[in-house]
Design a binder for this molecule. Structure first.
Ligand code: NAD
Length: 497
C-alpha cells in the first residue's frame, strides 16, 4: 500500500518513524493509502528549503513571477480531469463537484497572474518641498497554509496562489483525510517551471500544526477548517507574532420570502443543501420560509425534487452526491439527526441507515429533511456538515433577518425574493459576511474576496482577491528628498537655470 510522505524542495521525502494515518475510499469504506503524520523535524526541512528559494524569488521581477503563475494555470487546467478523479477518490464528492473544486482554485491562480498590476505601490510626487513619497508591498518571507478536507484543490490554491505570486514561499499542511491532490498540485508547480522549494507540502495532524505555530521563521498562517481549531490556530499564530487569517465553520440560512419564485428556489436549495453531501462551508443547511403558508408552498415544490435525488458513488456521472468523507463523520451526522429528532424536529425525509447496493460499507447518508426546527435546538446551533436540511419557520421579515444575524456563525446567507427593496434591506442589515440574492451559494469570484463574520472567521483579512494580496505583503513607505548638491555628478545631471 502507498505511503504518502511530504513534498519538499521539489522531491518526495519520507519522515523516519512517522505515525501513519489511514486514507479511505469513502465509496467502499476500504483503506486505500496511508499518509505520514510528521512533526517539527520535517517542517524544519521544508522551512529551510523555502527560505532559500524565497530569497531569489523575492528578487524576481513581478512580470516573471506572473509568467510562472500563468504557466502553472495552464498546466493545472490540462490536469483538471486527473486531479478531479484523484480528489473524488479520497473525498467522495462526485467528479463534477471535484472539477468545480479545481476550477475555483484555478480562478485564483488566474487572478494572481495580474500581480504586476496588483502589487504596484503608491507614489506622491511633491508631498513636501522637494519631497516625494512612495510605498512598496514587500513579501513576508515564508508563510504557511493549513487546509480542510472539503476543498483539497481550491483552498490550497487560494493560499499558495496569492502567497507565491506576491513573492513569498509557501508551505501547505493539507487535511490528513485527503492529502493527495495538494501533493500533486505542488509537483505540477515545479513541472510548470516554479522554483523548487517555493511550494512545499508537509503532512501531519495537530503535532505538525503546533510546529507551524511555533516556528520562528514562518511569518503568516492562513487556516481554513472548523471554528474551535480556527480560533486555536489564530491564538497560537498571533501569540508568536505571525499574521493570521483563520476561517471557521458555518451554518448558512436560505430565506424564502412569500413572493419567491418557488420552483427556482426549491431547485437552488436542493443543490446547495445536499450537493457534495452537504460538506461545504457555503452549503445551505437551513431554510427559513417567511410568513403564513410559505413553508407549504416551498415543500410542494421541493419534495418531488428531493425524492428524485440520486445518491451514488463518486464516479457516477448521474449521481447528485456521493458518500461523506469518513465512517466517523457518517456516525456523527447520523447521531445529530437522532438528536434533532429527540429535540422535537419533524422528520420529512430520513437518510439514516441508507445503503447503496454493492457499496454497503461506503459512507453514504440519504438526503434528510427536518421540519419545525427552532432556534433553541442544539442541532440548529451547531454545524452538521452532512446532507441534512433544517426548516425553521419565521413569521416575519424581521425574524428572518434576526435568525442568521444572531447565529454564532456568519459565513454565508441567501434570500429568495422578487422584491428588490426587501432584498436590498436584507443584504444591508444581515450580520453575515457573504450574501446571495437569488443566488444560493454566494462564493465571491476570485477578484473579490472570501470571508465570513463572527465564529466563521478569526483575523481581519479575507482570503484571495485584494485582501489576499494585502495579507501576504507588508507595506514599506519611503519619504525621500534630494537636496541640491555640490558634487560634480549632480551638477552634470541637473541643469542649472
Ligand atoms: P478541521 O478543523 O477538522 O481540520 C482543518 C485542519 O486543521 C486540518 O488540516 C487538520 O489536520 C487540522 N487539525 C485538526 N485537528 C486539529 C487540532 N486539534 N489542532 C490543530 N490542528 C488540527 O476541519 P475539516 O473537518 O477538515 O473541514 C471541515 C470544516 O471546515 C467545517 O467546519 C467547514 O465549515 C470548515 N470550512 C470552512 C471554510 C471557510 O472558508 N469558512 C471553508 C471550508 C471548510
Amino acid at each position: 500500500m502507498q505511503n504518502i510522505g511530504h513534498y519538499i524542495n521539489g522531491a518526495h521525502v519520507n519522515a523516519k518513524g512517522a505515525r501513519l494515518h489511514d486514507i479511505y475510499d469513502p465509496n467502499t469504506g476500504a483503506v486505500q493509502r496511508r499518509v505520514e503524520l510528521a512533526g517539527a523535524d520535517t517542517l524544519d526541512k521544508a522551512v529551510k528549503s523555502a527560505t532559500k528559494a524565497q530569497r531569489i524569488w523575492a528578487q524576481t521581477n513581478p512580470q516573471r513571477r506572473a509568467r510562472v503563475m500563468f504557466d502553472y494555470k495552464v498546466l493545472v487546467e490540462k490536469h483538471t480531469e486527473e486531479l478531479a478523479e484523484l480528489l473524488s477518490s479520497e473525498h467522495g464528492k462526485v467528479v463534477a463537484d471535484s472539477r468545480g473544486d479545481v476550477m475555483r482554485g484555478i480562478d485564483v491562480i488566474e487572478f494572481a497572474c495580474g500581480i504586476p498590476q496588483g502589487q504596484k505601490g503608491e507614489h506622491t510626487y511633491g508631498a513636501g518641498p522637494e519631497i516625494d513619497v512612495y510605498s512598496m508591498r514587500k513579501p513576508l518571507g515564508v508563510v504557511a497554509g493549513i487546509t480542510p478536507f472539503n476543498f483539497p484543490a481550491m483552498i490550497p490554491m487560494w493560499m499558495f496562489g496569492m502567497a507565491i505570486a506576491t513573492g513569498n514561499a509557501c508551505i501547505i499542511k493539507p487535511s490528513e483525510k485527503d492529502p493527495s491532490v495538494p501533493m500533486r498540485l505542488a509537483e505540477l508547480f515545479v513541472e510548470a517551471g516554479g522554483p523548487e522549494g517555493l511550494l512545499n507540502v508537509v503532512n501531519g495532524d495537530k503535532e505538525m500544526v503546533d510546529a507551524i505555530l511555533a516556528h520562528p521563521v514562518i511569518k503568516a498562517v492562513s487556516f481554513v477548517g472548523s471554528s474551535d481549531i480556527a480560533q486555536y490556530v489564530y491564538g497560537g499564530a498571533t501569540a508568536t507574532g505571525k499574521r493570521a487569517q483563520c476561517m471557521g465553520g458555518a451554518k448558512n440560512h436560505g430565506i424564502i420570502m412569500p413572493d419567491a419564485n418557488m420552483e427556482q428556489a426549491a431547485k437552488d436549495i436542493l443543490g446547495a443543501a445536499y450537493g457534495s453531501a452537504g460538506e461545504r462551508c457555503m452549503a445551505l443547511p437551513v431554510v427559513v420560509p417567511v410568513g403564513e403558508g410559505t413553508a407549504e408552498k416551498f415543500l410542494e415544490a421541493f419534495m418531488p425534487k428531493l425524492k428524485a435525488m440520486r445518491v451514488g458513488v463518486s464516479s457516477d456521472a448521474e449521481a447528485d452526491y456521493g458518500p461523506v468523507v469518513t465512517a466517523a463523520h457518517k456516525k456523527r451526522v447520523e447521531s445529530m439527526i437522532d438528536q434533532a429528532v429527540a429535540e422535537g424536529a419533524t422528520v420529512l425525509a430520513d437518510g439514516r441507515g441508507f445503503t447503496l447496493q454493492g457499496y454497503e460499507d461506503g459512507f453514504f447518508i440519504g438526503p434528510t429533511l427536518l421540519d419545525n426546527v427552532t432556534p433553541d435546538m442544539e442541532t440548529y446551533k451547531e454545524e452538521i456538515f452532512g446532507p441534512v436540511l433544517q426548516i425553521v419557520r419565521a413569521k416575519t421579515f424581521e425574524e428572518a433577518v434576526a435568525l442568521p444575524s444572531e447565529h454564532q456563525y456568519g459565513n454565508g446567507v441567501a434570500i429568495f425574493t422578487q422584491n428588490g427593496r426587501a432584498a436590498r434591506e436584507f443584504a444591508d442589515r444581515v450580520e453575515v459576511g457573504m450574501v446571495g440574492i437569488n443566488v444560493p451559494i454566494p462564493v465571491p469570484v476570485a477578484y473579490h474576496s472570501f470571508g465570513g463574520w463572527k465564529r466563521s472567521a478569526f483575523g481581519d483579512a479575507n482570503q484571495y482577491g485584494n485582501e489576499g494580496l494585502r495579507f501576504y505583503t507588508k507595506v514599506k513607505t519611503v519619504t525621500q528628498r534630494w537636496p541640491e548638491g555640490e558634487t560634480e555628478d549632480s551638477a552634470f545631471i541637473i541643469p542649472r537655470f
